[in-house]
Design a protein around this ligand. Structure first.
Ligand SMILES: Cc1ncc(COP(=O)(O)O)c(C=O)c1O
Length: 421
C-alpha cells in the first residue's frame, strides 16, 4: 500500500503529531524532564477525590456500571447527560436549548474535525470553503484538521502593549476577511496557547459578521464557560442558533475520558450525530456516566468555580511573578496577560535565535516547552518575526517547585540567547 495516498488526505505538516511525539518521547526517556509543554490539565486532589467517589458509586450500582461498560450510547451521545446538560445550560446561562441541541463526541478534538469538514473543504457544487480564524496565535490542534490543504485563513492580531511587561492580542477586524469562500468562523475562548479571552465586544462583532454572511460562529470553550471556567477576567458566555459552542470535560480533570460536547442548532447536531455514527458508531460513555450527577445537581459549576478555577488562577499568578523575578528588568520580554486557560505565552522581542532553537536548547537542559511557531495556522507569512519569538509554557501540569526550576532554566537560556545576539 502506498502511504502517499493517506498523505493526500491527512497531513501533519503543522507538527501536532511531531509535537505530541516529541513530548511523549521526552517523558519516556531516561532523563528526568520538566514537562511544561503539553496541554495536560493539573491533578487537583479535590477533583480526583470527587471522581473517585463517583467511580465507586458506579461500580457499586449494577445498573449504572452496565451503562459504563456494557451499552452503546446513541450516536448523539448519552441521553441522560444530554438532557441534564440542556437543563443546566438553560438554567445557568439562559440558553434556549433542549437535549436536541447537544451532541457528545470522543473529545472535542474529534468534534472539531467533524465540524470543520462539514463547513469547509470541497463541496458537491465544486465550491471550496475555508475556516476563518479571527486571529492567530490559535490552537495547534486545528491546523491539520482539514481534509484539504489551505483549509484555514487567519488574521494577524493587534498587539496592545501594557504595563509590567504584559501585552494583549486584540482582533484586527481589517484582517478578518469573510466572503463567499468562508465556511465558518472559529475562535478559542480562552485561547490556547495565549491565555487570551476575546472581549464581549469582539465576540459580538464576530457574531454579527457570522450572521450577516450566514455562516456559523464556532466558539471553542475547552477552557471556557460554564465549565471548567478557567477565565480570570470578565467575560459573558454566548450561544444562539447561528453559533456552535464546543465544550469539553478534559480540562475539568477528565482528559482520558475523551468527552467533547457540541451545543448547536438541531440541524447541526443531527449532522454531527450522523458523522459520529460513521466514525465512531457511538461516543464513549465513560465521561457521561462519571459526570451526569455533577451536571444534574449543578455541582460541576461549583466544582469549577470554587476549586478548579482558583487552583489555576493561583498557579498562573505564581508563574507570572516567578518569571518576573527570574527575568529581572533588563530583558525585553513580554507575557500575554493571563486571562484564562493554563498557559503563559511569552514573547521575546528581537530574540536573536528562533523560538524553535530556544525550545531545542531548553530540551537539552531538561525543560520541555512548546515553540510558538506551531500556533499560527492560516498565517501565510513567514517573514513575520513575531511567529518565531514566542513560546508556550504550561504552568499547571507540574508541582510548583518543579515549575520554579523550569522557569529559572528558561530565564537562563533566554538571557544567554540575548547575550549572544
Ligand atoms: C483550545 C482547545 N480546544 C480543544 C482541545 C481538545 O480537547 P479535548 O479533545 O481533550 O476535548 C484542546 C486541548 O488541549 C484545546 O486546548
Amino acid at each position: 500500500m502506498k502511504l502517499s495516498t493517506f498523505g493526500k488526505k491527512f497531513t501533519t505538516e503543522s507538527g501536532i503529531l511531531t509535537l505530541m511525539d516529541d513530548l511523549g518521547n521526552a517523558l519516556a526517556g531516561d532523563k528526568e524532564m520538566i514537562m511544561m509543554g503539553g496541554g495536560n490539565p493539573a491533578h487537583i486532589p479535590e477533583v480526583e477525590q470527587r471522581l473517585k467517589t463517583r467511580l465507586q458509586q458506579v461500580v457499586d450500582d449494577p445498573k449504572t456500571f452496565r451503562q459504563l461498560v456494557g451499552i452503546y450510547d446513541p450516536p448523539q451521545g448519552h441521553l441522560g447527560l444530554l438532557t441534564d446538560l440542556a437543563a443546566l445550560l438553560k438554567k445557568q446561562l439562559g440558553w434556549n436549548i433542549t437535549a436536541k441541541n447537544i451532541a457528545l463526541t470522543n473529545g472535542s478534538q474529534s468534534g472539531f474535525f467533524m465540524l470543520f469538514n462539514m463547513f469547509a473543504g470541497k463541496f458537491d457544487d465544486g465550491s471550496q470553503r475555508k475556516i476563518q480564524l479571527p486571529l492567530a496565535p490559535e490552537y495547534i490542534g486545528y491546523a491539520d484538521a482539514g481534509l484539504e490543504r489551505e483549509f484555514f485563513t487567519a488574521g494577524h492580531p493587534q498587539i496592545e502593549r501594557q504595563d509590567d511587561h504584559l501585552f494583549k492580542y486584540r482582533i484586527d477586524f481589517n484582517e478578518v476577511s469573510i466572503g463567499e469562500e468562508t465556511g465558518a468562523i472559529c475562535v478559542s475562548r480562552p485561547t490556547n496557547p495565549t491565555g487570551n479571552v476575546i472581549t464581549d465586544e469582539e465576540l459580538a462583532r464576530l457574531d454579527a459578521l457570522a450572521q450577516q454572511h450566514d455562516i456559523p460562529l464556532m466558539i471553542d470553550g475547552a477552557y471556557g464557560m460554564p465549565f471548567p471556567n478557567l477565565i480570570y477576567t470578565p467575560a459573558t458566555p454566548m450561544w444562539n442558533e447561528n453559533s456552535i459552542v464546543c465544550l469539553s470535560l478534559s480540562k475539568l480533570g477528565l482528559p482520558a475520558a475523551r468527552t467533547g460536547i457540541i451545543v448547536a442548532s438541531e440541524e447541526v447536531i443531527q449532522a454531527v450525530s450522523g458523522i459520529n455514527a460513521i466514525i465512531n458508531l457511538a461516543s464513549g460513555s465513560f465521561g457521561a456516566v462519571m459526570t451526569q450527577e455533577l451536571v444534574k445537581t449543578g455541582e460541576i459549576i461549583s466544582l469549577s468555580n470554587d476549586v478548579v478555577r482558583p487552583h489555576y488562577k493561583r498557579r498562573s499568578e505564581e508563574a507570572v511573578s516567578a518569571f518576573r523575578k527570574a527575568f529581572g528588568d533588563q530583558l525585553p520580554y513580554h507575557i500575554h496577560k493571563p486571562e484564562g486557560a493554563m498557559f503563559l505565552w511569552l514573547w521575546f522581542e528581537g530574540l536573536p535565535i528562533s523560538s524553535q532553537t530556544l525550545y531545542e536548547r531548553l530540551k537539552e537542559r531538561g525543560v520541555v516547552v512548546v515553540s510558538g511557531h506551531h500556533f499560527f495556522p492560516g498565517i501565510d507569512d513567514d517573514n513575520w518575526a513575531h511567529q518565531h519569538e514566542c513560546i508556550r509554557v504550561n504552568y499547571a501540569a507540574q508541582e510548583p517547585a518543579v515549575v520554579q526550576r523550569g522557569i529559572d532554566i528558561i530565564a537562563e537560556e533566554v538571557r544567554r540567547a540575548y547575550a549572544e545576539g
